[in-house]
Design a protein around this ligand. Structure first.
Ligand SMILES: *Cc1c(COP(=O)(O)O)cnc(C)c1O
Length: 470
């Protein structure tokens, strides 16, 4: 089915079109390459889209991390940077914004999300501890493991099934968590690592009912709940749309309530918070804050800048404010959904329901003839780049890495290629181009032969691994 007929169908149903709630004040030209140029670039990059030069990319859907377009207000805020070493006014502005919208008492700025993950892991985890979470995230789990913990996935089973239509596939399975508590002992579980939304499951949300029940269970055992708030604003939209009782609540209200069931959060501000670099950690417990404030000076910078310039903290404070506006979140997730619905119309296998920040192509069903050890998701990312210069990312066996104890490859159930939509950067017309390129790869799927890994780094291998076509 073509895009025109889809539009016509929409009109027949009486649907009204929507558009991005911003207009463009400054443009950045895109480079269009030939297939020959892309073949050369991909070979030089070892068939890993992380190793491409961005100049050789047409539409860049590698990640939504640090790729947002800042608003005119944020750019104006950059001029108000107070570049004092200590006590910058921008820090206090940031502290206000985090307190108002996330509700935590104490703030520690960090250079980005993993800086915050490092500090919280080193502060709360003792060697031999166990950290349960609603599916792993690459940097999060690594910092927990480096601090001596074993990570346990306690997400509901539906999250591992790309076709299960559960509206809250990010939920914690409280039965799995209770079993772990019984097994490991509550005193060996420093905290539950809760993410909203769950990136590796396809940007799937956690319900308010689930976090409330989780809080109650953890209270009975004296276990903390810490939130990876990186995409919690997007999670709030799903609660507003899908959970009874929240349709008339604003995104800001839902965000605030959700956070109130947790003891603290770490944040990659490069995602929801609409800045190109930055992060933060916030907690309610003063003694934990004391320790974090000791450590931040060692690894990030003084506790009133944590690796960020004053101007960056100002843009971040304004970004937080903009990120919780209902119109913004609706169009952000709406753009992802628009792309996902086009692909669904064409019967292209993607993770359902459509998540908040990205479309995840289901590489297992896309290339049923490729075994997981032939890197089907990495192959699909390569094919997409060759077809049109669109850059995507592997989220499958290469990202999952190896078990640190046994050295064996993890074999995740999900073998996905992620088309991640930056915030406020591309238009629906770009989404049409992307959908058509995915379709072209799908039509040629029988010709894909897979890849072999020829260089494997020790940590987070997906970033720098190199491959060769078979
Ligand atoms: C990006 C990300 C992080 C890590 O943050 P960085 O800013 O990239 O260091 C942590 N958790 C989730 C869910 C993320 O998406």
């Amino acid at each position: 089915m073509t895009r025109m007929s889809l539009h016509t169908m929409g009109q027949q149903r009486g649907r009204r079109s929507w558009a991005e709630p911003w207009k463009i004040k400054m443009v950045e030209p895109l480079k269009v390459t030939t297939r020959e140029e892309r073949e050369t670039a991909l070979t030089e990059a070892g068939y890993n889209t992380f190793l491409l030069r961005s100049d050789d990319v047409y539409i860049d859907l590698l990640t939504d991390s640090g790729t947002s377009a800042m608003s005119d207000r944020q750019w104006a805020g950059m001029m108000l940077g107070d570049e004092a070493y200590a006590g910058s006014r921008n820090y206090y502005h940031l502290e206000d914004a985090v307190r108002r919208h996330y509700g935590y008492r104490f703030l520690v700025p960090t250079h980005q999300g993993r800086g915050a993950e490092h500090l919280i892991s080193q502060t709360l985890i003792k060697p031999g501890d166990h950290v349960p979470g609603n599916m792993y995230f690459t940097t999060t789990r690594l910092h927990q493991e480096l601090a001596g913990a074993t990570f346990h996935d306690v997400i509901i089973d539906a999250a591992h099934d790309p076709q299960d239509p559960n509206p809250f596939k990010g939920n914690v399975d409280l039965g799995k968590l209770a079993a772990l508590i019984a097994d490991a002992g509550a005193d060996r579980i420093p905290y539950v690592s809760l993410a909203g939304t769950v990136n590796m499951a396809g940007g799937q949300p956690v319900s308010m009912a689930n976090v409330r029940d989780l809080r109650a269970l953890c209270d009975r055992h004296g276990i903390r709940v810490l939130l990876d708030a990186t995409r919690m604003v997007e999670n709030a939209l799903f609660i507003q749309e899908r959970e009874p009782g929240y349709a008339d609540r604003s995104i800001a209200e839902i965000l605030h309530e959700f956070c109130s069931y947790t003891d603290g959060a770490w944040m990659s501000a490069k995602k929801d918070n609409l800045v190109n670099i930055g992060g933060w950690l916030a907690v309610n417990d003063e003694s934990v804050f004391e320790e974090l404030r000791n450590l931040v000076v060692v690894y990030e910078g003084l506790h009133t800048y944590g690796g960020m310039a004053g101007r960056d903290m100002e843009a971040l404070a304004i970004g937080i404010e903009e990120s919780v506006q209902d119109e913004h979140v609706r169009s952000r997730v709406g753009q992802v959904r628009y792309l996902g619905e086009l692909l669904t119309e064409w019967d292209i296998p993607i993770v359902q329901p459509i998540g908040g920040h990205a479309i995840f192509l289901d590489a297992r069903r896309f290339y049923p003839h490729l075994a997981q050890d032939l890197f089907p998701a990495q192959t699909l990312a390569a094919e997409l780049y060759l077809d049109s210069g669109i850059r995507s990312m592997e989220r499958g066996i290469a990202s999952a890495g190896r078990n640190p104890e046994t050295g064996e490859n993890y074999h995740p159930k999900l073998e996905l290629t992620r088309l991640t939509i930056p915030r406020r950067v591309y238009t629906q017309a770009h989404m049409d181009v992307v959908a058509e390129s995915v379709k072209a790869c799908y039509d040629a799927r029988d010709t894909a032969r897979g890849l072999r890994m020829v260089y494997e780094p020790r940590y987070l291998r997906f970033f720098q691994a190199r491959f060769e076509p078979l």
